[in-house]
Design a protein around this ligand. Sequence first.
Ligand code: PD2
Ligand code: ZN
Length: 277
Amino acid sequence: MTQAITPELRQWIVTQAQAGHSPQDVLAAMQTAGWNEDVAIAAMEETLSQHLDKTLPAALPVPDLDLAGSPRWLDAGDRQVEVVMTLQLPRVVVLGGLLSDAECDALIDAARPRLARSLTVQTATGGEEVNADRTSQGMFFDRGESALLKTIEARIARLVHWPVERGEGIQVLHYRPGAEYKPHYDYFDPDQPGTPTILKRGGQRVGTLVIYLNDPEAGGGTTFPDVGLEVAPRKGGAVFFNYDRPHPATRSLHGGAPVLAGDKWVATKWLREGVFE
Ligand code: PD2
Ligand code: ZN
């Protein structure tokens, strides 16, 4: 006897999933109702993957490092960069020695006179606002604004296989003791009314590189709460992560933990879907 996957069956499977029943429980219920196990599994896979395609935004191409063969070192053109740790989901790569100490110091010196209280992009309007969740000071460099920035931008582009033109200008943030950046997503929320305006310039953010410019005495790690990961800031090191769609399914929620002693300086490079002019 053949068993047909009817629209009623599909709707029932979606309803069960939405009610929080595990796949094992849904499968068991179908078998109890007389469904052949193979047919039941096929029906669930087909129905739920189609349902997810409809509810998730489409996946975008993303920047990434070439970690085939598990290399200890990556060639970033003018510098060899150490691979410290990698994670699949969220895609996170911790790097050592992306910048030299002298490059870190030079970025801080260039940024210091231009710092102001950090603003965050306000997706409600497309403008910028002071945000209580982000108690750092910051500034943006223009892309290519100095020889140092050109060098660093070219190194990053080569490392993550993403053209310089698809990157925002580097942002420098300074956190004093007590300052933090509460967990957030770096992509722009598609449901917010200001997002279409923001996306006109370069499209979505699809990757982030947070580069540590000094060694805070204590605290100030970069956290990924969905997976219980905390990256310790190390001068010249960095944490890279990407997100192929503007959705929590990427597990790319992350934050800057409060600085407990000393201060913390980072440079953030955001990578865009398209050319960022
Ligand atoms: O400074 C950090 O560790 C941090 C954490 C989360 C920076 C950012 N996000 C960011 O610049 O987006
Ligand atoms: Zn962030």
